[in-house]
Design a protein around this ligand. Structure first.
Ligand SMILES: [Zn+2]
Ligand SMILES: [Zn+2]
Length: 466
């Protein structure tokens, strides 16, 4: 608080100075910001920070490069602080929920809404939501499958109805998100900046991380249909959200009711359901595949996000057309893509093989086991007998697992070699042999998984990821 007051004045004049290009004062602002960062950090870290400060009194060349790196970070942080308001999206994102909260209850209380209008509302909800997940996300951002032009354009129209930016903007931002996930400066909707920023805040201002140069979408920029969507995006949005919705409303005999429900309410709900993927799916849930980023698996969120709630899996295996990879996981988007492939409307569905997926899960469980052991050890007490047994079991299992992984790697190398040297007429025979060897490895990895489950149960720890 004091720090905020202390830097309040320099920052005010700084804003003015930066506008007129005064780099001298910009440096002063950077210093002020660095002071604030230092102050916040020292509040959080207390004694530990002061120890670091003492040891940092000897300055060497490494420290100097650290300093210049920090300066760059500080300047970029400053750019975040002075980011101008993104007027069009900000107005839309603030006005539409308010309008929906006021108009919809009034309309429902004073008008009779027929079943067909509710039907149109439901249909548009599904169409818009799934268009984002199956279209903008899995088809265009990740190239997880190929779609017939009919499907592609249907999803593109649905994504335009969603009013979440053109395909160029959406995909470019999403690829940056995957590439720089959790980075405060480079992830456009970094969860490290908190719930509000990752949910909606990142669109309200022109943050440096939100400026896309389309270098990461060369596959899209040459697509003629997407070029047209991007160029006339505003017109397309109006035509879809007003023209199309009103036309359907006219067909079912209630233009205004359809505009309120299938237009306005549907738009607001779809917005926030999608935004949950960037916010809550990085905050709450389990991490069965990796803990190297904040993405979580969350069944409840999968319901609202058409299957995208299995976000931990998605961040680890982003090219898989499935997000809920287990057959029983609720992922209507994967069912749609798989269903359309049966009638030839989608093809080349990309998947990760079961052994690789299970391997990631087992590895994560070893990590979690180690964390359990460390927690007990850090308590400073004698390690209980039951925990000692657990530790021994985990160590034994880890040795066995390492051996299985080595066998698996050797088998992969052998496969490459055999494919190079075997005659074409023998390939089929070789494939059958390899298949059974791969099946054995998969079986072994499943056994490691079961053994870990039993070990976790022995210490009364319900490892949901196991
Ligand atoms: Zn994410
Ligand atoms: Zn993604």
């Amino acid at each position: 608080m004091i720090a905020k007051k202390a830097i309040g004045l320099p920052l005010k004049s700084l804003r003015f100075a930066i506008k007129s290009g005064d780099t001298l004062i910009q440096t002063a602002g950077t210093q002020a910001l660095r002071f604030k960062t230092w102050f916040d950090d020292s509040k959080a870290n207390g004694v530990a920070k002061s120890e670091n400060a003492n040891s940092a009194s000897v300055i060497n060349s490494d420290n100097k490069s650290d300093v210049s790196m920090n300066e760059t970070i500080d300047i970029r942080e400053l750019e975040f602080k002075k980011a101008p308001i993104n007027w069009i999206p900000a107005t839309l994102l603030v006005a539409t929920p308010i309008a929906a909260a006021v108009i919809a209850p009034w309309y429902l209380a004073t008008h009779h809404v027929s079943a067909p209008v509710w039907g149109v509302f439901g249909t548009f909800m599904v169409w818009t939501g799934i268009s984002i997940t199956a279209g903008y996300h899995r088809l265009l951002s990740h190239r997880a499958y190929k779609a017939h032009p009919l499907v592609k354009n249907f999803l593109l129209l649905g994504s335009t109805l969603a009013v979440q930016g053109s395909a160029f903007d959406w995909v470019s931002g999403h690829r940056s998100h995957h590439r720089h996930v959790d980075h405060r400066l480079d992830d456009p909707y970094s969860a490290q900046r908190g719930f509000f920023f990752s949910h909606i805040g990142w669109m309200l201002r022109n943050y440096p991380s939100g400026k896309f140069d389309y270098k990461n979408i060369p596959d899209l920029t040459k697509d003629r249909v997407l070029q047209i969507q991007h160029k006339y995006y505003g017109l397309w949005v109006l035509a879809a959200n007003v023209g199309l919705v009103a036309a359907v409303g006219w067909l079912v005999g209630d233009v205004w009711g359809t505009l309120v429900l299938a237009g306005l309410v549907r738009l607001v709900l779809t917005h926030h359901f999608t935004f949950f993927i960037n916010s809550l799916c990085h905050i709450t849930g389990t991490r069965p595949y990796t803990d190297t980023n904040s993405a979580r698996d969350n069944f409840i969120l999968a319901i609202f996000t058409w299957g995208e709630g299995y976000h931990n899996y998605h961040h680890f295996f982003q090219y898989d057309y499935r997000n809920g990879v287990k057959w029983w996981q609720y992922d209507p988007t994967k069912w749609l893509i798989a269903g359309l492939s049966k009638v030839g409307l989608t093809s080349e569905l990309r998947t990760i093989d079961n052994t690789t997926i299970k391997h990631a899960e087992v590895q994560m469980q070893f990590k979690q086991a180690q964390q359990q052991i460390d927690t007990v050890k850090e308590a400073g007490l004698d390690i209980p007998h039951i925990m000692q047994n657990f530790q021994d079991r985990i160590k034994f299992e880890l040795d066995a697992f390492t051996q299985t992984v080595e066998e698996w790697q050797a088998l992969k190398a052998k496969t490459i070699e055999l494919k190079k040297t075997e005659f074409a007429d023998r390939l089929h025979e070789v494939d059958d042999n390899l298949k059974s060897e791969y099946a054995k490895i998969e079986q072994k990895i499943h056994e490691h998984n079961d053994n870990l489950k039993i070990a976790f149960r022995s210490i009364g720890y319900n490892n949901k990821a196991a």
